[in-house]
Ligand binder design. Structure first.
Ligand SMILES: [Zn+2]
Ligand SMILES: [Zn+2]
Length: 234
């Protein structure tokens, strides 16, 4: 560390990107978070993003081709998402997007994409929160990977929070909730699109967005999220 960086670090101490605890400038995350990271690794199911031991995809068909995520939705990444979503911690998005980039480089490295886009929020949600966390992750991801960012979708009506519903009502809850933004049809024709979100639970939201992109002419949609919920068992 040079002198300038050292002085800066006194005023702006380095913080863990998950829990925001002050850490040594040589570290990226704190010891506690590092030890409890729910990393997804090894033999992973590309359809649900879980390790194969926890896959319960069965015959379920999806509009999107695949999902990848660096973490399960628990521990430090879950806390970080909660801060990002509900406690105005917009500054966390950049560090979290780094982990999505690493996952991308590992699992999607041989694929090509024309655009990356994100799961939109209804304008009333954005008004209340001030931003859409999926968009922040996607913008940062785009800057780091060079995949062009495009704001393609909009959410046309407010739906009850997905986490308040069971799986079968989740799907119906979103029917027709998304549409392609005005004048975007030309740009997505035959495009390979990477769809970003903070978390995948049942996959219904990603699937409804993928469907909207495909019926408007996209060639292929794959997804990337920071977390996926771990299926209990097969
Ligand atoms: Zn931490
Ligand atoms: Zn699976």
């Amino acid at each position: 560390m040079n002198k300038k960086d050292f002085i800066l670090s006194l005023f702006f101490p380095k913080r863990c990107k998950f829990c925001e605890k002050v850490i040594d400038y040589r570290e990226h995350i704190c010891k506690e978070c590092e030890e409890s990271l729910p990393i997804i690794e090894g033999d992973v199911c590309s359809k649900c993003g879980c390790e194969k031991a926890f896959c319960n995809c069965g015959e379920k068909s999806r509009y999107y081709m695949s999902v990848c995520a660096p973490y399960y939705y628990s521990g430090p990444p879950r806390e970080a998402i909660k801060h990002l979503k509900f406690r105005n911690a917009k500054h966390l998005a950049d560090g979290l997007a780094d982990d999505m980039v690493s996952c991308f480089n590992e699992r999607y490295k041989d694929l090509e994409f024309d655009f990356c886009t994100f799961v939109p929020a209804h304008k009333s949600t954005i008004k209340m929160r001030g931003y859409n966390q999926a968009e922040l992750l996607c913008r940062s991801f785009s800057e780091k990977t060079g995949i062009p960012f495009s704001d393609l979708l909009q959410k046309d009506f407010k739906t009850p929070s997905q986490h308040t519903l069971n799986e079968s009502t989740r799907k119906g809850n979103l029917l027709g909730a998304f549409s392609l933004r005005h004048k975007m049809k030309e740009s997505i024709r035959d495009a390979r699109i990477l769809l970003c979100d903070d978390i995948k639970t049942t996959g219904s939201t990603l699937d409804e967005c993928a469907k909207t992109l495909l019926i408007n002419g996209a060639a292929e949609v794959r997804c990337i999220t920071l977390c996926v919920t771990k299926n209990d068992k097969k």
